[in-house]
Design a binder for this molecule. Structure first.
Ligand code: NAP
Length: 289
């Protein structure tokens, strides 16, 4: 479909530029940036994501070191590992893959992570920077990778944001809230909807732009979307009927009404790892500034 944003193709173009950037960084600094990924346990989705991080880092020529710890590792061991990575001068960016096993406190993990190396913008320092700054200056602080990709898609598709009525569905710290702040920084008028929102269909029908981060398969149906709307579907779900990957949006039925829509798979996802690589480069450069 013509209005379907080809995230895979766009990610290939971004990766070609990132490959060139790695060569230039190697030339200027004597080494390429290095991201360390900490994977605790054997969550299937996390393993797939981390494998994709390794593959894409190799593709662009960035150093990526995955540290795997067993699911029964103690909280003390995990925190000590993060501290060691904070202090390792050969590591520029650290990704702590979530979810962590239940006995490990996510709050303690995030508090231990160095904000300077926090490639997914989860530490309090990076969150505060995002909320206190009116501009999204990615070179000054890290923002979470998925919201950064959603913004890149809107920009690449030439979607005007200034003054637009934008509805973000979902208010998680990793997707909904940061994407809503990035949209506000771009002067969109933003409504954040969530599970307590009354009459979501009516609210969605008034939207110029919808960003969905709910986590429920095909939740947004054609009757909830106005003609000419822009829809960015961040959801990653499995369709219970087909067992296939799908988004929060009923793509088949919603797409014909849209000016632009991102498919799942192949929309936001491929660009998220590009953002992760870019955040690592930003950490590398800030540590050398
Ligand atoms: P989350 O923490 O579970 O948050 C889901 C949000 O959706 C919550 O704010 C929740 O509201 C809201 N919600 C749930 N049911 C709703 C309903 N019926 N009506 C309106 N709002 C509703 O999930 P997340 O971590 O933000 O992830 C969201 C989705 O994005 C998931 O499918 C995840 O797999 C996907 N994801 C994709 C990427 C990517 O790179 N493409 C990255 C991260 C996540 P309450 O706050 O009221 O509970």
């Amino acid at each position: 479909m013509e209005n379907s944003f080809d995230g895979k193709k766009h990610a290939e173009e971004v990766k070609a530029l990132l490959r060139e950037r790695m060569i230039a960084l190697q030339h200027e600094y004597g080494r390429v940036p290095c991201m360390s990924v900490l994977l605790v346990g054997d969550d299937y989705g996390s393993q797939r994501y981390v494998a994709s991080c390794e593959k894409n880092a190799a593709l662009v020529g960035m150093d990526c070191r995955v540290i795997r710890m067993s699911a029964d590792s103690s909280e003390k061991e995990v925190l000590a590992q993060i501290q060691a990575l904070n202090e390792d001068s050969s590591v520029d960016g650290i990704l702590i893959q979530m979810p962590l096993p239940k006995h490990i406190s996510q709050a303690k993990v995030v508090a231990t992570l160095s904000p300077e190396k926090d490639v997914d913008g989860v530490t309090d320092t990076n969150v505060a920077q995002l909320w206190k700054n009116k501009r999204s200056d990615y070179s000054r602080f890290n923002v979470p990778c998925t919201p950064r990709s959603a913004m890149r898609i809107l920009e690449a598709a030439g979607i005007e944001l200034d003054g637009k009525n934008t509805i973000v569905v979902g208010r998680s710290n990793i997707v909904g809230l940061p994407v809503s702040k990035l949209l506000m920084n771009a002067n969109a008028t933003v409504t954040v909807a969530h599970s307590h929102t009354r009459d979501l269909p009516a609210i969605l029908r008034r939207a110029d732009i919808i960003v969905s981060a709910i986590g429920q398969p095909k939740f947004i149906t054609a009757d909830m979307v106005s003609e000419g709307a822009v829809v960015v579907d961040v959801g990653i779900n499995y369709d219970s009927e087909t067992g296939k990957l799908c988004g929060d949006v009923d793509y088949e039925n919603v797409a014909p009404k849209c000016r632009m829509i991102t498919p799942v798979p192949g929309g936001v996802g491929p660009l998220t790892i590009c953002s992760l690589i870019e955040n690592t480069i930003d950490c590398f450069l800030r540590l050398r500034a």
